[in-house]
Write a protein that binds this ligand. Structure first.
Ligand SMILES: Cc1cc2nc3c(=O)[nH]c(=O)nc-3n(C[C@H](O)[C@H](O)[C@H](O)COP(=O)(O)O)c2cc1C
Length: 415
């Protein structure tokens, strides 16, 4: 009989889960509502810890961004942003709020994890990351997925936390080499990761590859990681991600020994997803030609997005006084340099354009950077076109169950 995802389970000790994990999507694209649906249906959902102060302002009526801007207003016209620091108390409080309220609302047998990106260096990489991880554990998150970075010292930041050995901790890698490096550097904590997400080149968001991403293949990397862990007798669940579009794609990975799959793009058009409705229609309408991998992210990683993203070419003033998540340990972000260069080149122009980099914080915050997976152009085949020409938004449950129960590369259309 043809197998389907539901014939498999993800096991952690006594815990048994549907082997479907919805990946983290910042900034609040993988919303609490979406993550909670995954948990209710017996799988794993992710909230994101990207820019939680602004997420908290939007959701819980706090004023963290306003307060930060007040404090640093004097610096708005200064190209040196090194003064701008985060209030660690604000980060802690916004993390406690978002994680705490999400976990309170959790129902069902699944889990909710938080996606935590090391590349959000926040002008004090270690201090800010420690607070984010620590407070997420304190507020009761089921697990943490360490993303966007090598995270060589991240476990050590929380090894004194009472939940260090009870919460599920995992990392995202895009190569066997990155995993080996992590395991070597992390050995001192005497704590293995509870899962490894292997993210291939077709994923959404930032890619763990160079611009030669197209030469890599998720299946090959996943097989290398599975073989290595087996040879080392390390029993760590391997979870491939990136371009797994149908239940059949997922089943193929489970049959080769993956413990679960991580998926995201299909859920960008779910009602519970944080993307505004009009942006979801852009995702539905996209054709293959409308999608590109480019270098506009100031993190230095290539990023996949819709070519029509308003963030591309936008020459807004750097938003560091309000945000500043990409500022490195020296208070620098490559968008600031690109912006200043264009201002100098066009001293008399009111509105300038910056093509090579984008103000990632402001544009992600405002849903103006439409990052997406490679197969976004297939989303139109997962729904119905309505009489007004728009596509029907799906429920997360519909998409989740389609992954769980479908066979023969079929995708179930909504009622
Ligand atoms: C809109 C969007 C935003 C994303 N944001 C993040 C993020 O903030 N952190 C992260 O680790 N991965 C991010 N990803 C990657 C996903 O978590 C996931 O691993 C990947 O997209 C899975 O591939 P698929 O989209 O083809 O299913 C994002 C993906 C999408 C589509």
């Amino acid at each position: 009989m043809t197998k389907k995802v539901d014939d498999f389970r993800l096991h952690w000790g006594k815990q048994e889960l549907v082997p479907i994990m919805i990946g983290g999507m910042g900034v609040d694209i993988s919303s609490a509502e979406l993550a909670l649906e995954a948990a209710r249906l017996g799988g794993v959902g992710h909230i994101s810890d990207a820019m939680l102060p602004t997420v908290s302002d939007r959701r819980y009526d706090t004023d963290f961004v306003k307060e930060k801007l007040q404090q640093y207003k004097y610096n708005l016209n200064n190209s040196d942003k090194s003064d701008i620091k985060f209030d660690l108390g604000h980060i802690a409080e916004s993390t406690r709020l978002h994680v705490g309220k999400t976990m309170e609302a959790k129902r069902g047998t699944g889990m909710v994890f938080i996606n935590c990106m090391e590349k959000l260096t926040m002008n004090a990489p270690k201090e800010t990351l420690k607070v984010r991880l620590w407070e997420a554990l304190s507020a009761g998150i089921d697990g943490i997925t360490l993303a966007a970075g090598l995270h060589l010292g991240s476990f050590a930041l929380i090894e004194d936390h009472p939940r260090f050995r009870d919460a599920k901790l995992g990392i995202i890698v895009s190569s066997l080499r990155a995993l080996q490096l992590f395991l070597r550097k992390n050995a001192r904590t005497n704590r293995l990761p509870d899962f490894v997400v292997v993210e291939g080149p077709l994923a959404g968001g930032h890619l763990g590859f160079g611009m030669d991403w197209a030469q890599y293949d998720l299946r090959t990397i996943t097989q290398e990681v599975i073989d290595y862990l087996k040879a080392e007798q390390l029993d760590i669940p391997v979870i491939p991600a990136g371009g797994i579009f149908t239940g059949t794609d997922a089943t193929n990975f489970l049959e080769m020994g993956a413990a679960a799959v991580q998926v995201a793009t299909r859920f960008t058009v779910a009602a519970e997803c944080g993307l505004p409705k009009d942006v979801q229609q852009e995702y539905f309408k996209a054709s293959e030609d409308d999608i590109e991998v480019n270098g506009v992210s100031p993190t230095g990683y290539p990023m996949r997005m819709l070519k029509g993203s308003p963030a591309i070419g936008s020459g807004i003033r750097p938003g560091c006084e309000s945000y500043g998540y990409i500022l490195d340990a020296n208070g620098k972000c490559s968008y600031i340099d690109s912006y200043n260069r264009e201002v100098e080149l066009h001293p008399n122009e009111k509105k300038i354009s910056v093509m090579d980099k984008t103000c990632l914080c402001t544009h992600m915050r405002n849903f103006k950077l439409w990052t997406c997976g490679h197969y976004t152009y297939r989303l139109k085949d997962t729904s119905r076109k309505l009489d007004d020409g728009s596509y029907q938004v799906l429920t997360a449950e519909h998409i989740f169950k389609d992954y769980q129960f479908s066979t023969d590369n079929k995708v179930a259309l909504p009622e």
